[in-house]
Design a protein around this ligand. Structure first.
Ligand code: SMO
Length: 768
């Protein structure tokens, strides 16, 4: 950590102006007036755009992935009705950040309050206020995945035990270290809009910006600088970001906006937000017969780019790593007057794991069999792969039992003697993870309006150094290093000779989904590996020509030094003849040598890679917890994770990714909940009210191990792991609490397990 990163607020721009958003303080209101006359007459003011001005300059954001029956209702930049507290209604631009804040406060909003519907229950109530004008109610359509109704009914009819629960998974904030931000510069001379943005997906942002601003794609360039975390919160264009760009165009100047932490709490989209009724049917000898679920998804005030996507993934992945005779789930989207929800690391799979593993743990308790034993009995075995689930996912490779047995073995330790007010319990849970989200044709079948392929552009420079371009971006996940490793290993050059350039729509290969859905390393890395192997072949062929021998008689020595002028990296022919990598590059650039491929003189490859199918990572987590029955406080005293992400490129980064994911998952298990009052106004607006895990909340001796079943779909055998760590902590911790205090196990269906919630359950059970 050297402090040399360049984040949005670090970027320099000549004559930059500063923006502040004017946001609705109410959850639901008609905007009757937006009086900016005081602000506009202030000499520090450069520009104010209210709803009417924005209506002239912008179109709504195009949405994607709608549910069947979901009304056409796009997110406006110009809002004449506020549908959530914190919704941006206008923008003020001034010569300093302080002036912009002062002048934004001077804008007089005249709001005509409408009744809020802050919760799923409120939004679905009989006389609920309509949130989407013209829609029949606040339901936003439904979709069902899985087995035919009669198969599910038959499986439940055969059951010896049915476990049914209602699960509540609250909204959470992503809490990236760096909030959102945009630096937009418009050059009236060239008509070019250059946007630096904390975006997970610069190409999609450009596409949406073009639609919103009515601009040509060749006139809009989006660049993602270093980004301090995102976790799904920066995947789509936001209205406030679009307003900053519209202001830059209007002014013909550079405008910067850096989101405050308070804004991030109520203006950035949230994650999760689901109420689900789910059942598990268990047959003879504890065989799982069927899962089914009905998911109510809290979409918030608008359907975002992801919209109901995460909840659909919950439905798609409910079955997890287990055999069943039938499985089905229905998702119903519901509008509420709260900030929209969207993608969050784990993308519906954490929710699915929580629901499934809780049902299994409850079944084990009711059957009085060890839960690990029940899981092992029902896991899909390695020799049964590939296996297609009832929702049409084809698991490619893995050994689910090996991971579960290993996690269980790691967690086995003699219990210490606890004081009488402490209960201790352990649980082991499992999940399969969709990774490498592609191929494009599969996305098309799900009605997703993006492509899944990734490109790579790889160039050997005249001095033998290497430049790699990719459309994925860096959000702190170390992807530059992992991609450099893939290129270096594929070419046979030292790592330090490779520079990786990411996230610039002018230079990067096209990428719609970019760094989302545990896909950057697998797909961009897969493309890069293909490009590197091709270039390595061309270098060898060139070298053979210079050495006067056949390519297959040439051996390549990898330089050991971090110095591109080092003579170590060389091709050896027969009879001791040799030529350095650098010299081959140098001559190659000049078109020297006996070259048959004169149409390809440049030492550059561009590869597009659309994999044949999804690839599935998997894992098992074990948690040991103590429950203080006096205070209700849950402490995680041990945590063991076994992951399989195929071939690991950089084990240290893999460890960090899984560890970070576990920490984030523990937060959702124990403390995180984005709450609003009855009027729908957020009450968690800072880290005082919204508790993310601190160092002392994560076990110091966190154990992370890896097993390896290579992907059969991705060159290199890589599988994704960006989200894997977050999938299981809520399930593991909650099941461990259930094991510690079986008297309250049946009530453990809602997160987070705060002391007050646990104590209420303990009290209801007569324990405290
Ligand atoms: S939740 Mo992610 O950025 O796929």
């Amino acid at each position: 950590m050297r402090g040399h990163g360049r984040f949005l607020a670090d970027l320099r721009a000549a004559g930059v102006l500063y923006a502040t958003l004017v946001r609705s303080p109410l959850a639901h209101a008609r905007v009757v007036g937006f009086d900016a006359s005081a602000a506009r007459s202030d000499p520090r003011c450069a520009l104010v755009l209210g709803p009417d001005d924005l209506a002239e300059r912008t179109a709504p954001i195009p949405t994607a992935w709608r549910l069947p029956g979901q009304p056409e209702d796009r997110i406006p930049i110009a809002a004449h009705t506020a549908r959530y507290a914190g919704q941006p209604l206008g923008i003020v631009v001034a010569d300093t950040p302080t002036a912009a804040e002062d002048l934004a406060e001077a804008v007089r909003l005249d709001l005509d309050p409408l009744p809020p519907a802050a919760t799923l229950a409120d939004a679905l109530a009989e006389h609920a206020p309509p949130i989407v004008p013209g829609a029949a109610g606040n339901e936003a359509g439904s979709i069902r995945f899985g087995s035919p109704e009669e198969d599910v009914a038959a499986a439940f009819a055969r059951a010896e035990l049915v476990v049914e629960r209602e699960f509540t998974l609250p909204r959470v904030n992503h809490s990236p270290l760096e909030p959102r931000g945009v630096l937009a510069e418009y050059d009236p001379g060239t008509g070019l809009l250059t946007v630096h943005a904390g975006s997970q997906s610069p190409h999609s942002m450009r596409q949406d910006l073009c639609a919103v601003l009515g601009m040509r794609a060749d006139r809009v360039r989006v660049i993602a600088p270093d980004i301090g975390g995102s976790f799904g919160s920066k995947v789509s264009l936001y209205p406030d970001e679009a307003m900053v760009c519209a202001a830059a165009v209007a002014l013909g100047a550079a405008v910067r906006w850096v989101e405050s932490r308070a804004e991030n709490f109520n203006g950035a989209y949230q994650g999760r937000g689901q109420r689900t009724t789910a059942r598990l049917a268990v047959g003879h000898e504890g065989r799982f017969l069927a899962f089914d679920a009905h998911i109510l998804a809290d979409l918030g005030a608008y359907a975002t780019q992801a919209g109901s996507g995460p909840h659909q993934v919950t439905a798609l992945t409910l079955q997890g790593p287990y055999h069943v005779d039938a499985a089905a789930a229905t998702v119903t989207g519901v509008y509420t007057t709260r900030v929209p929800t969207g993608a969050y690391r784990g993308y519906g799979m954490q929710e699915a794991a929580f629901i499934r593993e809780r049902l299994i743990e409850e079944a084990a308790r009711e059957l009085d069999v060890p839960a690990v034993e029940l899981r092992l009995r029902n896991l899909i075995r390695p020799e049964e792969l590939p296996h297609t689930t009832y929702t049409g996912l084809t698991y490619d490779s893995g050994d689910y039992g090996a991971a579960l047995r290993r996690a269980a073995a790691l967690a086995e330790r003699p219990p210490p003697s606890d004081p009488p007010w402490v209960r201790r319990g352990t649980a082991v849970v499992a999940a399969v993870e969709i990774t490498a989200f592609a191929p494009s044709a599969l996305l098309e079948t799900y009605g997703i309006a993006w492509s899944g392929w990734e490109g790579a552009r790889l160039r050997i420079n005249h001095d033998g150094t290497v430049t790699a371009y990719s459309g994925v971006i860096a959000v702190g996940q170390g992807i530059e290093t992992s991609l450099a490793q893939i290129a270096a290993e594929g070419l046979g050059v030292p790592l330090d000779w490779v520079r990786v350039e990411l996230g610039d729509t002018d230079t990067a290969p096209h990428s719609d989904l970019s760094a989302q859905a545990s896909r950057a390393l697998t797909l961009a890395g897969g493309a890069l590996l293909i490009a590197a192997r091709r270039l390595a072949d061309r270098m060898r062929t060139l070298a053979a020509g210079f050495l006067g021998t056949d390519p297959d008689r040439v051996t390549q020595q990898i330089g050991s030094r971090a110095d591109p002028s080092s003579p170590d990296a060389a091709f050896h022919g027969t009879d001791g003849a040799r030529i350095t990598w650098r010299e081959v590059a140098h001559r190659g650039y000049r078109g020297w040598g006996n070259r048959k491929d004169t149409d390809r003189i440049r030492l550059e490859e561009a590869v597009d890679f659309d994999p044949p199918r999804l690839t599935f990572a998997h894992g098992a987590h074990a948690a040991e917890v103590t429950v203080d029955v006096g205070t209700g406080r849950v402490t995680v005293t041990g945590y063991w994770a076994v992951h399989d992400s195929g071939v690991l490129v950089n084990p240290l980064i893999a460890h960090g990714q899984i560890a970070g994911g576990i920490a984030q998952g523990l937060g959702q298990a124990l403390s995180e909940e984005a709450r609003a009052d009855a009027e729908g106004v957020p009450v968690t607006r800072s880290f005082r009210e919204y508790t993310v895990p601190a160092a002392q909340d994560v076990p110091e001796d966190l154990v992370i191990e890896h097993t390896c079943t290579p992907s059969t779909a991705i060159p290199g055998g890589f599988k994704g792991l960006g989200e894997g760590g977050t999938l299981l902590p809520p399930a593991a911790v909650t099941c461990a609490v259930a094991a510690a205090v079986p008297e309250i196990a049946h009530t453990l269906t809602s997160l987070p397990l705060t002391p007050s919630r646990v104590r209420a359950a303990l009290r209801a059970a007569g324990i405290t």
